[in-house]
Design a protein around this ligand. Structure first.
Ligand code: AMP
Length: 398
């Protein structure tokens, strides 16, 4: 369990509460195309409103790189949030984020009112965790609540620095739920415990592989990163994604798995293509065959799908991060679908790391079959690496 003060532990009636949310939603021509993150933050916001706080919301959106960029304004989020909360969300349009408009808006608040500040990354200090901007944010509030799991791995002013200048920094419901699910899965799993890792590169998941090998019973590796493992074992991988510098590392991990008694599974067959394109010529590279030059592995093959699904049948906890192939192209989505289906069919706690795996599971229609889909890609990955998240560490201990 997370040992931090939560919003259930604090009295907020009449207090100004600055709540850091993750409203970093995709926008096309000012329209929100996926509002999952807004919906995920409603329980905390509603709790604060219900308890009579003056609710001041803040978030970043995209990468304006320290400058006001109208196309990255949070104005459309204020409009949609008003509809979702069934309550006016006053937007403090302020290029300085905490400037005269924001201060006036907060000054005029009654209990239960909601104000949304402008994109925190309009300020260059935000991503440098600068003291001045952290203090400005703190000056607006009595209490700080961090509910932005998606940025909890970043030590930024609004996700971390501000906590040093308030009396109480609490975690919100979403943050608590994320940490409880991921923490329980990794540190207190029902066994057998399986992890599935995929995605493009070994180099971006080194620390995760290393940390999980100490904890899991089964480790399944698919996606582009599997080809570096295969190359390390002396197999020809043609033009597949390869990080030659990491072959030694992969061999060490294979040895580590053996020593620890972890069942490490790699693809035994692959869907190979003559170009990185949905319309490329494709064929199955069968078990034991080399991937020829001019061809690249873009998905796991049917025998691997079966191997992985069989290995997952008896698992009681599964953590999945990274697709099994270049799933954005329908020709190479089959392996990722097969794993999603295998997880949907088993009686286990199934946790999906954010980012691409979450997108894949939702896009393929298996979202509601999973126990928990994380809202944070980078944050869930760092959590799986066993790292402390600065945004959580900064909150007040119980
Ligand atoms: P990551 O962010 O490391 O989880 O990587 C996700 C990306 O890996 C997705 O965009 C996939 O298209 C890509 N990917 C997965 N498998 C392969 C593969 N075999 N070859 C090339 N790209 C892949």
């Amino acid at each position: 369990m997370l040992n931090k003060v939560s919003i259930d532990d604090i009295q907020v009636k009449g207090k100004r509460v600055l709540c850091r949310c993750d409203f970093n939603v995709p926008l096309i021509d000012g329209k929100i195309t996926d509002e999952n993150r807004l919906v995920a933050s409603l329980p905390t916001i509603n709790k604060l409103i219900g308890d009579g706080a003056k609710v001041i919301l803040c978030s970043h959106l995209g990468k304006p790189k320290g400058e006001p960029k109208p196309e990255l304004s949070l104005a459309p989020v204020a409009v949609r949030l008003s509809e979702l909360l069934n309550k006016e969300v006053i937007f403090a349009a302020d290029p300085e984020v905490v400037g005269p408009n924001a201060k006036a808006a907060v000054e005029a608040m009654n209990d239960g009112d909601v104000v949304l500040l402008e994109n925190t990354r309009y300020r260059a200090e935000e991503t440098k965790n600068g003291e001045a901007f952290s203090k400005e944010l703190a000056s607006l509030c009595d209490i700080y609540v961090n509910d932005a799991f998606g940025t909890a791995h970043r030590a930024h002013c609004s996700s971390c620095g501000v906590a040093s200048y308030v009396e109480t920094a609490a975690v919100g419901y979403l943050m608590q739920k994320e940490i409880d699910f991921l923490g329980n899965a990794v540190n207190n799993p029902k066994r057998p415990f399986a992890a599935i890792l995929g995605g493009a590169k070994v180099s971006s998941k080194i620390a995760v592989i290393e940390n999980l090998l100490d904890k899991v019973d089964i480790l399944i590796v698919g996606g582009g990163m599997a080809y570096t493992f295969m190359k390390a074992q002396g197999k020809a991988v043609g033009d597949s994604l390869l990080e030659a510098d990491y072959c030694d590392y992969c061999l060490k991990m294979i040895e580590k798995a053996e020593k620890k008694g972890v069942k490490l599974l790699l693809p035994v067959d692959n869907i190979i293509a003559d170009a990185f394109s949905n319309d490329a010529n494709t064929k199955i590279c069968l078990k034991g065959e080399d991937i020829p030059e001019g061809w690249m592995g873009l998905d796991i093959g049917p025998a691997s799908e079966k191997l992985f699904a069989d290995a997952l049948k008896d698992a009681k906890t599964v953590v999945w991060n990274g697709p099994m192939g270049a799933f954005e192209m329908p020709s190479f989505a089959s392996g990722t679908v097969a794993v999603a289906k295998a997880l949907a069919d088993i009686d286990a706690i199934t946790i999906i790391g954010g980012g691409d795996s979450a997108a894949a599971v939702n896009q393929l229609g298996y979202g509601d079959k999973m126990t928990h889909i994380s809202t944070g890609g980078g944050a869930s990955l760092e959590f799986l690496e066993g790292k402390e998240l600065p945004g959580v560490a900064a909150c007040t201990d119980k």
